[in-house]
Design a protein around this ligand. Structure first.
Ligand SMILES: [Ca+2]
Ligand SMILES: [Ca+2]
Length: 219
């Protein structure tokens, strides 16, 4: 584990140093606080991520002041890309904002001031009031699991509650319809991630209420 982490840190440290030379572009709609720079954009670039979408991505974090790495999703958790719902606070605010309008395959460098990242307390290896830089790569963008339409599709037995089996069956269908079927451990891993974030009372089911916790966020 330690070994993998060191390798990852070293190799990405080099790429980060190189990309520091690139010009930073501030996206118009991000009010200048979060700076995004597109490192790679596939053609065509679609679908584009929006608030409430379920995102699968790698993101590596660096301190802006010296380029040292504090987070590497490629080595954490066996290197699986991370799943989260965009725009609802499952990741730091700067990523919620800076990862809008990204398509699968797109890579960005996102520079985030501390008040939209880890704040005046910092977190773990991130010191207080630190500006951070994330290099993100998006693998998939799908309609958020937060729409009631999706909930009803996932809830096969219509008991207004989602089991892990129902979530896995749904993921399987999604991947197969994209022509990218995966093996069972892959779906198991994603389902476990989703349950960790959504099954707040830990009863092994995602209730309609748990699922809809962000409903007021006009998804
Ligand atoms: Ca059910
Ligand atoms: Ca529950």
């Amino acid at each position: 584990m330690m070994w993998k982490s060191v390798i990852c840190t070293l190799s990405l440290f080099v790429s980060s140093q190189l990309s520091l030379w690139a010009v930073r572009v501030s996206a118009d709609d991000l009010d200048g606080e979060v700076q995004t720079e597109v490192l790679f954009k596939p053609e065509p670039c679609s679908p584009k991520s929006k608030k409430g979408d379920l995102i699968n991505a790698h993101y590596d974090g660096y301190l802006d002041k010296d380029g040292s790495q504090f987070y590497c999703s490629r080595s954490d958790k066996d290197g699986h890309p991370q799943w989260f719902v965009l725009g609802v606070g499952q990741v730091i605010k700067g990523l919620d904002v800076g990862m809008i309008d990204m398509c699968p395959g797109e890579k960005r460098k996102i520079t985030i001031p501390s008040d939209l990242a880890f704040g005046d307390k910092g977190k773990g290896p991130v010191p207080p009031n630190a500006t951070v830089v994330f290099e993100v790569e998006v693998f998939s963008v799908s309609r958020g699991p937060r729409s009631m339409e999706a909930f009803n599709n996932i809830d096969l037995d219509k008991d207004r509650s989602l089991t892990k089996e129902e979530v896995k069956a749904y993921l399987k269908l999604e991947y197969e319809s994209d022509g990218k079927p995966r093996d069972d451990p892959f779906y198991e891993k994603i389902a476990a991630d989703i349950f960790r974030k959504s099954d707040h009372d830990k009863d092994g089911q995602i209730s309609a209420k748990e699922y809809n916790i962000y409903e007021h966020d006009e998804l």
